[in-house]
Design a protein around this ligand. Structure first.
Ligand code: ADP
Ligand code: MG
Length: 462
């Protein structure tokens, strides 16, 4: 694989396996790979018409396929080769018509989007074998191993907590894999807490008997031998989810089933967590994970490079470990980026090139766009709406509320101007942004719960 064109050739079958192949391939064959530029996959296409259709319908699939070939996230960028102004106006009309949700062909781009399947299951590469043990995580690792060797006989529940990117999900999945291997008749259920919530809400709407209704829901979770629930902090403030989770938890626990939870903070700091849940979360073993030290960082980089067949000099390993200190996810991102360079240019990766490639990843200069994405992502997960909804134009009260909060948090965290915030939110007018933010300011004066939720978002950004 030596050029971006080759990457594209590998990505295409992945895309066509995910979407209606005839229509899709026709649109997708209109775009030509140009180059890979940092995180942007740049394509060209003959007219604005194709560009807008491809962007609106297939951007997610294209991005996710390219990302899986390259091993790091890329954003799709399409530019139009040449087009007259007249043509462009005509195109805009056609696209408007085509994308009109009421129109005859409006049913594309389902909001569930990509990764719908992966997020329910254990990532295959998150095993104990691929996990590097160091001073920051040795306790959590030992606890995880003990639980995997003797489910429900050692620590129950096991509660793993710590900042983002430090290997909590990895450890949790490793427990799942090890148990499945040793006790292959065990029913291991992995779920992210926001998916638990969304599934519950859907079940409640469907009622008891229907497919995906509350009976199915209860069956699924109460028949688990091992329940792995990721990012449990997102149940904070959600009364119904807490109620249901309490019953799930109690049923499993008293039946002698293993429960493992992860969280970005200890139970006490989960806002508005019911007392009875707090007590239960704290009743087993709580294990924290901390940032890796220098040696561990080096080992993680080596492991990642090895597992992707990427030869990397110790000089470069040490440089990355020295530069990126905060978490393992960053290290992995850096390795995958360097690997892509190596694949595409067949140049030897030296320290200078490494410095160039990871310059914008250094801990003190997280790019603004990344910060914004992170905020929108967190807020959407918390409120159980999709990112597309928050950035889009739907106006149900739940979505509008989440959107206002996201704007407020962005303003507080970045001091970005109203017009720029508006731009991020699908080109909204700056006065709309201003009123939304004022709304939230007024609300938090009287709504203590909202205030603490927002404080949590802000705290997590640091
Ligand atoms: P968290 O759930 O704590 O946010 P993840 O488990 O998603 O973090 O880890 C982020 C990435 O870093 C994953 O790709 C994971 O494999 C990798 N990682 C984290 N810690 C380690 C470790 N100790 N050894 C190897 N890889 C790690
Ligand atoms: Mg995680």
């Amino acid at each position: 694989m030596k050029s971006f064109g080759d990457v594209w050739q590998k990505a295409k079958p992945i895309i066509s396996s995910k979407i209606n192949p005839v229509a899709a391939l026709q649109w997708i064959s209109n775009i030509e790979p140009v180059r890979l530029e940092n995180d942007s996959a740049v394509f060209s296409c003959p007219s604005t018409f194709e560009k807008q259709i491809v962007e609106a319908r297939y951007a997610k699939e294209i991005e996710s396929a390219l990302s899986s070939v390259l091993g790091f996230d890329v954003k799709l960028e399409i530019y139009v080769q040449e087009e007259s102004l007249e043509q462009e106006e005509e195109t805009n009309e056609r696209v408007k018509h085509l994308l009109n949700p009421e129109g005859p062909i409006g049913l594309f781009g389902n909001s569930l989007g990509k990764g719908n399947i992966e997020k329910w299951s254990l990532s295959p590469e998150y095993t104990f074998g691929n996990f590097v043990v160091g001073p920051g995580n040795s306790f959590a690792h030992a606890a995880a191993r003990a639980v995997a060797d003797n489910p429900a006989r050692t620590w129950n529940p096991l509660f793993i907590y710590g900042n983002s990117g430090l290997g909590k999900t990895h450890l949790m999945c490793a427990i799942g894999h090890a148990i499945k291997q040793k006790f292959n008749w065990y029913n291991v259920v992995y779920v992210r807490s926001e998916d638990f919530t969304n599934e519950l809400i859907r079940a409640l709407q469907i009622g008891a008997e229907g497919k995906g209704g509350t009976l199915d829901f209860k069956n699924k979770y109460r028949k688990a031998d091992v329940l792995l629930i990721d990012d449990i902090q997102f149940i904070g403030g959600k009364t119904q989810t807490q109620e249901e989770f309490f019953h799930t938890f109690s049923a499993l626990y008293s039946a002698g089933k293993q429960i493992v939870m992860t969280s970005d903070r200890p139970p006490k700091e989960i806002s508005t967590l019911e007392e009875r849940l707090l007590t239960r979360f704290e009743s087993g073993l709580m294990a924290d994970v901390q940032a890796p030290d220098f040696e561990t960082r080096c080992a993680i980089i080596r492991k990642k490079a090895e597992s992707t067949a990427f030869p990397i000099d110790s000089d470069v390993v040490e440089y990355i470990a020295y530069t990126l200190k905060d978490n393992a996810r960053q290290l992995e991102g850096a390795v995958m980026k360097l690997r892509a360079h190596w694949l595409l240019s067949s140049k030897v990766i030296n320290r200078e090139l490494a410095a160039e490639v990871i310059r914008d990843m250094a801990s003190d200069s997280e790019p603004l766009s990344q910060r914004l994405d992170k905020i929108v992502n967190e807020v959407s997960r918390f409120y159980g709406v999709t990112v597309d909804d928050i950035l889009g134009s739907k106006r149900t009260s739940k979505i509008s509320q989440a959107r206002k909060i996201a704007m407020y948090v962005i303003r507080e965290a970045t001091e970005l101007s109203y017009p720029l915030i508006g731009e991020k939110f699908g080109g909204r007018n700056h006065t709309t942004v201003m009123y939304s933010i004022r709304d939230v300011e007024a609300e938090i004066k009287t709504d203590y719960k909202l205030k603490s939720e927002i404080n949590d978002f802000l705290k997590n950004l640091r």
